[in-house]
Design a protein around this ligand. Structure first.
Ligand SMILES: O=C(O)c1ccccc1NCC(=O)[C@H](O)[C@H](O)COP(=O)(O)O
Length: 266
């Protein structure tokens, strides 16, 4: 499936570059709203902050296919999210780049451009839409590509959330000086999810790095564990989007993330 996603993404990119060349994106950057700090908005020692994700579907199937991204963003802001991740991939996640721009005008929280970023074109697009950070998946990029995309994002005022799932990915992230690392609990090849990925990789990351745990987080207990493991933030999509009341679900998770009762028994 991952190969299918990437093949589709490369074809889509080449089409979009023909329709709207990168030079046009670059020339329009002055129209973008100014970037805001993303990673630093997540640093609250002793608490886990929540990045709530707008995700209408996944490659595994629909989640909330008709969700209005603007309405969901408002619920997330009211529910106590520290930041919002917007999936912009259309084919596999039911998103659209335009969702990010709409959400940017609607709420004040910092925004993550959530995409399979393979090319500088997408980094320019992210900034033009109003993103404050971009996702860079270590597994999909060679070290030099990762470095180049991270530097480009920084030159445009954005943070890069460098996603890792293995020790090899983490080595790559640290080699390029990542200051903001996301540990993905989901193996992108098998879709299997385990919070143990965060438990095992977290201690290998230096304390000055802002650390996010992503995927498969759905319960107050999971948030309690992430707090014990000294993770700064949790990125949560499906558990919120599939909930009958996403705002209420978010409030429940924020309470645990900020210091609810009980200990971690994972
Ligand atoms: O969500 C998937 O199944 C998925 C499959 C293949 C590649 C990426 C995938 N997800 C992208 C994400 O990064 C997640 O949306 C994000 O970590 C939130 O995960 P969750 O809370 O489990 O929705």
């Amino acid at each position: 499936m991952l190969e299918k996603i990437l093949t589709h993404k490369r074809a889509e990119l080449s089409l979009r570059k023909k329709r709207c060349p990168q030079s046009q994106l670059e020339a329009s950057l002055h129209l973008a709203p100014p970037p805001r700090p993303f990673a630093q908005a997540l640093r609250f020692p002793g608490k886990v902050r929540i990045i709530a994700e707008i995700k209408r579907a996944s490659p595994r199937g629909p989640i909330r296919p008709d969700a209005d991204p603007v309405k969901i963003a408002r619920l997330y802001q009211r529910g106590g999210a520290a930041a919002v991740s917007v999936l912009v991939d259309e084919r596999f996640f039911g998103g659209k780049p335009a969702f990010l721009r709409l959400v940017r005008w609607e709420i004040d929280l910092p925004l993550l451009y959530k995409e399979f970023v393979l090319d500088p074109y997408q980094v320019y697009e992210a900034r033009l839409l109003g993103a404050d950070a971009v996702l860079l998946i270590a597994r999909l990029l060679r070290t030099e590509e990762l470095r180049m995309l991270k530097e480009l994002a920084a030159s445009l005022g954005m943070d890069s959330l460098v996603e890792v799932h293995s020790r090899d990915d983490l080595q790559k992230a640290l080699a390029v000086g990542a200051e903001f690392i996301g540990i993905n609990n989901r193996d992108l090849a098998t879709f299997r999810v385990s919070l143990q990925t965060t438990r095992l990789l977290r201690p290998l990351i230096p304390p000055e790095v802002v650390v996010v745990s992503a995927s498969g987080i759905s319960s107050p207990l999971a948030l309690t564990c992430l707090r014990e493991w000294k993770v700064d933030a949790a990125l949560i999509g499906e558990a919120l989007m599939a909930a009958p009341d996403p705002e209420a679900k978010l409030r429940e998770l924020v309470t645990a993330a900020e210091g609810g009762e009980g200990g971690c028994s994972e």
